[in-house]
Design a protein around this ligand. Sequence first.
Ligand SMILES: C[S@@+](CC[C@H](N)C(=O)[O-])C[C@H]1O[C@@H](n2cnc3c(N)ncnc32)[C@H](O)[C@@H]1O
Length: 246
Amino acid sequence: MAEASAGAGDRRKFAQRLFTPLPKRYDRLAELLSFGQNGRWRRAMVDRALEGTPSLVCDVATGTAGVALQLASRNGSRVVGVDLTEAMLRRGKLNVEQAGAQGRISLTLGTAERLPFSDSTFDALTFTYLLRYVQDPAATLAEIARVVRPGGTVASLEFLLPENRFWRAAWWLYTRAVLPAAGWLTGGREWFEVGRFLGPSISGHYQRYPVSWTVKAWKEAGLTDVQVRRMSLGGGLVMSGRRSVG
Ligand SMILES: C[S@@+](CC[C@H](N)C(=O)[O-])C[C@H]1O[C@@H](n2cnc3c(N)ncnc32)[C@H](O)[C@@H]1O
């Protein structure tokens, strides 16, 4: 599918097709194929989200609930996770049950483009690896800001490309050659497809929406104090901001 030109519905179907076969191995392979960096980036994002000790947090694109579990266990927050792929959520529910966190985490089917919540519902919101899958990132950011109360925190984690030429070349080699092969060896055909998809998806996204564009889009969505943290030589991007008051 030509990702860049796909409509909103096609993009959602594409994400569902991509993620439906993945949940069984997702938690293990997400760590393995990122050399453990996913866990570091996630902790950095959760640090930002918990700064205001929020009582109620929304985790968008929650998947298998890894971020939701961390939010709930570190701060005792109540967390509502939203995702459009049923299979990921089923695995998420299992993970939540195994952690005994059913009282604090609920998971619900929904899309980031139209969140099933009233305005200003949450004290904080996180979203992870989401913006490459939506057709209109600026509109999705506005929808995300809508459900956070004024003064509440938004924090995100996305993949990024290193700026330094040497590390960018290494990143290119890793994503174009090593990742598809490692995906095949560790997870079979479905993970080969993910490995093959990720590199071009990340570079294509930042060609259209550079980090400077993304910072502007956060501000236009009504978020202030927008901060950008490039991690792991520029392979990960943690952003945070606060919903503006008034
Ligand atoms: C790479 S996974 C990340 C899961 C989890 N946040 C984590 O860090 O482990 C991306 C998730 O985004 C979900 N997703 C993609 N597009 C979405 C959309 N438009 N609305 C809600 N969820 C979406 C997918 O179903 C998938 O579970």
